[in-house]
Every structure is written in structure tokens, then in C-alpha cells.
Design a protein around this ligand. Structure first.
Ligand SMILES: Cc1cc2nc3c(=O)[nH]c(=O)nc-3n(C[C@H](O)[C@H](O)[C@H](O)COP(=O)(O)OP(=O)(O)OC[C@H]3O[C@@H](n4cnc5c(N)ncnc54)[C@H](O)[C@@H]3O)c2cc1C
Length: 421
């Protein structure tokens, strides 16, 4: 039996929002649950959008839940509907179709928006970003039409698109302002190995370079770098990061500082409003300082905590940050977050760690702080990384020499602590 007197409204039907709705039911909430989502699709997973672009829509469009699950779990999904405003005094949620919903609590799971480059020509057709399925459809069609492709920004999404475009034989250049792509999250040693993957695949990398303009009359035809050189382009993919979508939160008087500020229970500064996912700025035991985590896994787990809290179960979000990326059929994974001053340890590896034909290939790196493992990343090393995850979570002291040696069984290191805990 439902409870028609209580109603929670979730703004944003993606990783965090849908996870929260499901968790509300899992924790026994019997009232009404409404998810309001501006996009018109059944909520879907974003990670395949950049990895499976060449495979057609059946490859890159995966629903988070089958359609019937919403009815079975009594989750009302209002797709193609945007929340325009929240009124905490009236507990009102104003929709763009003129309706008003009244809610006991609201969860903001509004995510992020792609950053754009403020240079001349940024509005030209052919200069695109990749955030949602409409972007993916448009980009997939562009890749089918041919290159050259210029990717601006060597982050994960940019590099995944570069890998897909090279995979279908297009001419690809990545323009990156830093010394090498991914040096921020992975550090210089591991980033250099990922760079090698791309170079071997034939991607041209322009590092230490920035864009001064996109050129073309009716359509982009080139990218001008600050030094004056022009890279020919039929398509430009701008992947220079995201900004949290805090518009609704700010208008409702919620404290926002580089994201919606939340505690570990997803509470914001306004008691009626919770928040979860990419949009939040969180204090987290595995972050060196308060900050944002822009990963699918975080959004799912933090959303589940928000759902529990809305159902009256006081869970905390402390799950170890985790992300993965797929490039050229290789899987890159990272647990935890490294910070300036951490000691980096590279595990001894094959002479050519990125050689796809070498069964001992791949790489593994660790970061320690005061003798404790805080982060680990690797290519095609899921088993070792799962063991490293346990070490990080349990804060087991580890010696750098043990981490560096391929003879060390990380699972064995984790075990004594597991028995003691
Ligand atoms: C192409 C791509 C590839 C990615 N690959 C990976 C990966 O390999 N690994 C990884 O860990 N992460 C990856 N990510 C990141 C991951 O997808 C995000 O961390 C995750 O989607 C965050 O979920 P979220 O629910 O917080 O927000 P989002 O997924 O951003 O969803 C927010 C939703 O809120 C809706 N919304 C916003 N405002 C309103 C409003 N006013 N009214 C109604 N609806 C609203 C939006 O339409 C949107 O659907 C990728 C992201 C992209 C775009």
C-alpha cells in the first residue's frame, strides 16, 4: 500500500537521481516519488556515450532501468520536463509545463554542464561538446561523415572520443594546454603511458598549446592556435571540463561554492533540500579537501545515500572515489584521489607496458601519504586494483618497496587487516 500523504521530488533523472529513487523504495519509503528530468529519453548511462560512439545508438544508449521498473517501483518519471524554480517556504516545485508539485523534501541531482571556450568562432556549426545523448547522436553522425577531427582538451572524454575517431580511421589531433593529457588525475608517469597509447594509434598531440579561434564561414574548417598555426578540422570536440549546474539551488538560497555544498548525508544549507552527484561540493574522507567528484560511481553511491536519508535512514557517503575509462579496448581505472605531496610508486612493469599483445602488459601506480596507500591507478589491472582498493579503504600501512615489486600479492597485504577489523 502506498502512502499518498508524503512526496519526495528528485530533480535530475541520471545516475544520482535514479539511484536515490530506487534507494527510497529499498529503504521502505511508501509515499510518492517523482523524478523530473529535462531530457526526453528514458534515463540512460552517460559513460557509453563517448566510448561506443562508433557502434550506433544501440551501442551507446543504455537505459539505467527498464521502463517497467518505474511502474513496478512506483516512481513517477516526468521526462522532457524542467524544474524552473523551488520555493522552500511553500515547499513548491515549479515545472515548465505550468504545474506545481508540492514536496516534503527535494533532492537536487542536476549534474554539470560542459564548459565552452570563449574564443571567436565558438558558435560555428561543427564545434561541439559531448554531454547527452543528443550530442552523441550528432557527433556520431559527424564522425561517419569523416575527419579531420580536432579534440580540444585531453581529459577523459576528449581522449575517449579521440580513440573512437582514430578507431574508424579519422585524422585526429588533440590540443592540450598542459604538458601532457591526464597529468592532473594520473600524474606525469602514468599520463605519459596513456599518451604513448594515443601516439601509437596515430593521434597527433599538440601539448602546451591553446586555441585562439575557431575559423570557418558557415561551418568550422579549422582551429587556430595561439601561435598562429591553423589545424584543419571538419569537427571540433571541446572537452575542457564541466561546471556544476547550481542555478536552481542558488535561486532557492542554497549555499553553493563550486557546487552545491553538502554534508556526508547530502544535506544542503536549506533543510528542505538535499543534493547528490556531480553537482555537489562535498566533504569526503577520501578527498584531500572539500571538492567535487565527477564520476558515475560516485553519483550512484551518493544518490543512494540521499535516497536512504530521505527515507529516514541516516547513511553517510564515504565510498572510495572510483572511475574508469576505455580507450582502444584498454581499461584504465583509478581508486582514491592523489594530492600534491603524495609519494608516487610505479610497480615494475614489462619493457613496453602499453603493448596490447603482451599478456604482462598494462601498468600500475600507487600514491602513499604518511606510509598509507591513498590512491591506485592502472591499465588493464582490475584484479590488483581491487586489492589496492581494500588497502586504501582499510588504511593499511604499506612499504613503497612492496608496492613496487610485482612479486607482492596485494590481496595478502590486505588480509591481516581484514581479519583484525
Ligand atoms: C560522455 C561522458 C562519458 C563519461 N564517462 C565516464 C566514465 O567512463 N567513468 C566515470 O566514472 N564517469 C564518466 N562520466 C561522468 C558521469 O557520467 C557523471 O559523473 C554522472 O553522469 C553524474 O551523474 P549525475 O546524476 O550527478 O548528473 P548528470 O548525469 O549530469 O545528470 C543530471 C541530470 O539533471 C537534469 N537536470 C538538470 N537541471 C534540471 C532541471 N532544472 N529540471 C529537470 N532536470 C534537470 C539534466 O537533464 C541531467 O539529465 C562521463 C560523462 C560523460 C558526459
Amino acid at each position: 500500500m502506498g502512502d499518498e500523504t508524503h512526496h519526495h521530488v528528485i530533480v535530475g533523472g541520471s545516475a544520482a537521481g535514479i539511484s536515490a529513487a530506487v534507494a527510497l523504495r529499498r529503504h521502505g519509503f511508501a509515499g510518492n516519488v517523482t523524478v523530473v528530468e529535462a531530457g526526453g529519453e528514458l534515463p540512460y548511462e552517460r559513460p557509453p556515450l563517448s566510448k561506443a560512439l562508433a557502434g550506433g545508438e544501440h551501442a551507446f544508449l543504455h537505459a539505467i532501468l527498464p521502463r517497467q521498473a518505474y511502474a513496478e517501483q512506483r516512481i513517477t518519471l516526468l521526462s522532457a520536463t524542467r524544474v524552473l524554480a523551488l520555493d522552500p517556504d511553500r515547499r513548491a516545485v515549479e515545472l515548465d509545463d505550468g504545474r506545481t508539485l508540492y514536496a516534503d523534501r527535494v533532492l537536487l541531482a542536476t549534474g554539470v554542464l560542459p564548459r565552452t571556450l570563449p574564443v571567436p568562432g565558438a558558435e560555428l556549426p561543427g564545434v561541439v561538446t559531448l554531454r547527452d545523448v543528443r550530442d552523441a547522436r550528432a557527433l556520431a553522425a559527424r564522425l561517419r561523415a569523416g575527419g579531420p577531427v580536432v579534440v580540444v582538451g585531453g581529459g577523459f572524454i576528449g581522449l575517449e572520443v579521440a580513440a573512437v575517431a582514430r578507431g574508424v580511421g579519422l585524422d585526429v589531433t588533440v590540443v592540450e594546454t598542459g604538458a601532457r593529457p591526464l597529468a592532473g588525475p594520473l600524474g606525469p608517469e602514468l599520463a605519459a603511458r596513456v599518451t604513448t597509447l594515443h601516439e601509437r594509434a596515430g593521434v597527433r598531440l599538440r601539448t602546451g598549446a591553446s586555441v585562439s579561434a575557431f575559423i570557418g564561414r558557415t561551418h568550422v574548417t579549422g582551429v587556430r592556435l595561439t601561435g598562429g598555426q591553423v589545424l584543419p578540422a571538419a569537427t571540433v570536440v571541446v572537452g575542457i571540463g564541466v561546471r556544476p549546474d547550481t542555478a536552481l539551488a542558488e535561486a532557492a538560497g542554497v549555499l553553493c561554492e563550486d557546487g552545491i555544498v553538502v554534508d556526508r548525508h547530502c544535506h544542503t544549507s536549506v533543510p528542505w533540500i538535499l543534493a547528490a552527484g556531480d553537482a555537489t561540493n562535498q566533504s569526503h574522507p577520501h578527498l584531500p579537501a572539500r571538492g567535487r567528484i565527477e564520476h558515475w560511481d560516485n553519483a550512484v553511491r551518493q544518490g543512494a545515500v540521499a535516497g536512504a536519508v530521505l527515507a529516514g535512514v541516516p547513511e553517510s557517503h564515504t565510498a572510495l572515489p572510483y572511475f574508469y575509462s576505455e580507450q582502444y579496448g584498454r581499461t584504465l581505472q583509478m581508486y582514491g584521489r592523489a594530492a600534491a605531496g603524495d609519494e608516487f610508486v610505479l610497480r615494475a612493469e614489462a619493457a613496453d607496458p602499453v603493448d596490447p599483445t603482451d599478456p604482462a602488459g598494462g601498468f600500475l601506480g600507487f600514491w602513499t601519504r604518511a606510509g598509507v596507500l591513498v590512491a591506485a591507478a592502472g591499465l588493464d589491472r582490475p584484479r590488483e586494483l581491487r586489492a589496492a582498493r581494500a588497502l586504501i579503504e582499510r588504511r593499511v600501512p604499506v612499504a613503497a618497496a612492496a608496492l613496487a615489486s610485482p612479486a607482492t600479492d596485494l590481496r595478502a597485504l590486505a588480509q591481516p587487516a581484514a581479519k583484525a577489523s
